[in-house]
Design a protein around this ligand. Structure first.
Ligand code: ATP
Length: 327
């Protein structure tokens, strides 16, 4: 990671890794008076991640720079509206100080991919600045501030496996001792969460496969086949209608031999559950010709991880498999 202000090995500051998530389960329970939807979801953190380098600079504002490790992804908002910038500004305002930091994001998580990349960057910024500014705020306080930036931010601060209700901000950690291996089929075209939720009102959700408790039990004992059989996303009909190629993508992942497949969040990323690492890599080889980008990733127990500057190239690019497919 190189940036206007030097590189992480030369200058001060902190480096953090913001892990993406997939939703192993997602049920929309209804629309609320405030316009949000009540959901029941299982978030699961994975090792596809953005890296953030944050250091003090001699300005009163946040200076944001975003680098992309792979080919161009969906559009980002103006720097002032980026969730990392907004997180820094909110935390600074709450503590009555000027933000005065430069943030460099090395982006690997697809934008608008249903993998919570923006929320992960916001969570990582809060954790990093809590240390850099020596604020010593407890996680619940960061989560309360983060929830105002996005419903997924409290989960991204927690990481691992968690059942979420409310807008997604009421969290209960789930025991999932066995690391899972996934193959992710990425699309170059983002899907807007709000459009998918609007479409979900018009269409019926798919019948759920059993109860969320069965999936939680399967996670608890590391029953990969049981987990694969119970993956569920009630937004799929709305997603498939908005983007029929996502349905074809899910079918392709199942036909390639995944133990189970599902769309993550509001899509369009489709993930397949593999039996183990070797199976995930074999699935990726089969799927590469079909997808824009294929990534192999496994479970991560934490949402935000601390990095040493020397770690900065680890575990990100190696997992990405380039491809030219049209799904
Ligand atoms: P979710 O799964 O939480 O619904 P998502 O993965 O579909 O989210 P994100 O990549 O988090 O989507 O981005 C959602 C929106 O937030 C996009 O419109 C994007 O432009 C904006 N955004 C703001 N800051 C960021 C950021 N740091 N990274 C990615 N997107 C950001």
């Amino acid at each position: 990671m190189r940036a206007a202000g030097g590189d992480p090995g030369e200058a001060g500051g902190v480096m953090v890794r913001a892990n993406a998530k997939v939703n192993l389960w997602l049920r929309v329970k209804g629309r609320r008076r405030d316009g949000y939807h009540d959901i029941e979801t299982i978030f699961h953190g994975i090792g596809l991640a953005d890296d953030l380098w944050i250091r003090p600079v001699d300005t009163s504002e946040v200076v944001l720079e975003v680098e992309f490790e792979t080919r161009a992804q969906g559009p980002l908002p103006a720097p002032a509206d980026n969730l990392a910038t907004r997180a820094a500004n909110e935390l600074a305002a709450r503590h009555g100080r000027p933000p005065g930091v430069a943030i460099t994001i090395l982006k690997r998580i697809p934008i608008g991919g249903g993998m919570g990349g923006g929320s992960a960057d916001a969570a990582a910024t809060l954790v990093a600045l809590n240390r850099l500014w020596e604020l010593r705020r407890p996680r619940p306080e960061l989560a309360e501030l983060g929830a105002r930036l996005g419903s997924d931010v409290p989960y991204c601060l927690l990481g691992g496996s968690a059942l979420a209700t409310g807008r997604g901000e009421v969290l209960s950690p789930i025991a999932a001792p066995r690391p899972l291996w996934f193959v992710l089929g990425l699309s170059p075209e983002p899907l807007l969460t709000r459009d998918v939720y609007a479409g979900s009102r018009a269409s019926r959700q798919t019948r759920q496969k059993g109860d969320v408790g069965e999936l939680i039990a399967a996670l608890g004992v590391g029953d990969v086949a049981g987990i694969g059989a119970r993956l569920h996303n009630g937004l799929e009909p709305a997603i498939f209608r908005a983007r029929p190629a996502v349905q074809a993508a899910k079918q392709a992942v199942l036909q390639a031999g995944a133990t189970g497949a599902c769309v993550s969040g509001s899509g369009p990323t489709v993930f397949g559950l593999a039996r183990d690492e070797a199976d995930a890599r074999a699935l990726a080889t089969r799927l590469e010709p079909l997808f824009f980008r294929v990534v192999v990733a496994s479970s991560r127990p934490e949402g935000v991880e601390w990095l040493e500057p020397s770690d900065r190239s680890a575990r990100g690019p190696g997992a990405t498999r380039g491809a030219r497919g049209g799904l």
